[in-house]
Design a protein around this ligand. Sequence first.
Ligand SMILES: [Zn+2]
Length: 236
Amino acid sequence: MADYQVPGGLRGYARFSAEKVEALPPEGRLLGEGHLAMTIDRGLDTERYQGVVPLEGESLTEAADTYFRQSEQIPTRVRLAVAEELRAEPGGARHRWRAGGIMLQFLPKSPERARVADLDPGDAPEGTAPHVVQEDDAWVEGQALISTVEDIELIDPSLSSERLVYRLFHEPGVRVFRGIPLCAQCSCSRANVEAMLKSFSQDDRDHMVEGGKISVTCEFCSANYEFAPADVGAKS
Ligand SMILES: [Zn+2]
């Protein structure tokens, strides 16, 4: 789960079964069954938008491509890479994870060029030939270029994203926009957790009491909130 809040707040967490990962062959498929859901919440007065697609394919990258094809209907290619990084620092090597990615979308100004094929099979009668739209030359070329990106180029700390984009697309031309710095930011608060606890049934609340208190840990930022049972209307 990842949660992005404008202008640059980001929080996320991943959970996995250590036993199942342990049992995987080295090149095993990490992605399980399920769905990829994207929710866009533009504030109090607007309705939430949610797009959901089944998790298909071998990777999160392929699931993202499916999402954009089926839900947004924008031709999109996503590339992601992640690796361990070791840095020599006083007192020994420092280890951390580094991730990088690139997303290519085809967003032509002319509606004629923006046509995409109908989803197959969609609601067409059985036996109908899949609808085919000739891919635009610029999109074909863009996909060919992005497929040449090596994982190392996405995670190399010494290669800036501007340089990578220029390396790939200098021929058609590159325009760079100001970047948005991201920072870790969690929206959890004692008041939110308290309101969430009070929304549970009396019975549920009573069962949450352990050692004379109710303890809640935020999955995103690991902040711990403790309540006396009486604070949230539970029996101690
Ligand atoms: Zn939190």
